[in-house]
Design a protein around this ligand. Sequence first.
Ligand SMILES: [Zn+2]
Length: 245
Amino acid sequence: MAGSESLEDILKAIRAYFVSEQFNEYADAAAMQMVTHLFRDSGRTWRQAARENSKGRIIYEALQKEMQGPVGSQVRLLTKRNAEYIKSMPLHLAQEVNKKVLEESLKGTRASDIAEMIRKDFPHMTWVKANLIARTETSKTSTALTEARSEYIGAAWYVWNSSEDQRVRESHANMDGVLVRWSDPPSPEALVGERNYGTYPAGGTFNCRCFPSVLLDLDDVQWPARVFYGGSVQRMTRKQFERIM
Ligand SMILES: [Zn+2]
């Protein structure tokens, strides 16, 4: 960028980038990368489970076919949604760039130097935002994939795992190890007498790092187990659970 260009020209060029085909392509590619990464990651876990499990062959065959089935369409749907999130970033980013330009010009930095800074910082700033969105969306996306896979193989229940570190909220720590039916998500907050934020599966809410592990074999559970059933968490023996599952 030549030194003669004004700040206004620089900002104009940046705004033009946000609406360009190039930026749209970037957003699509970044979203695809987020989802396929998750997909491969959880796919590995599932293949491992398949090897170690009595239903292994069925699960393996399901995995082979899944990209043509509901899981495949779920992946495509999530990719599209994430791309939309990324495309909604520009306004926010533009404000950050504006702020930087203002700060630097108040310090007396030359326009050409500011432009250089922005050009250097810009791809980075975009990635920072993309990563932020990825973090917030990661567990939701991952949970949705697990649910789609469970549905596909007819697994109705999962175990709620909290991430077991200090940042876990009390309401989610209370869900750790609880058996939950996909079709009947709990309100973890309401269960411990906190403000109700509605019902959702493990990993299905803002900043939640809990994750579901699909219940494939009753031998994997330590009985009696805690089960979310009929609106509360109940302790059940294997026999009691077999009657309701
Ligand atoms: Zn959680």
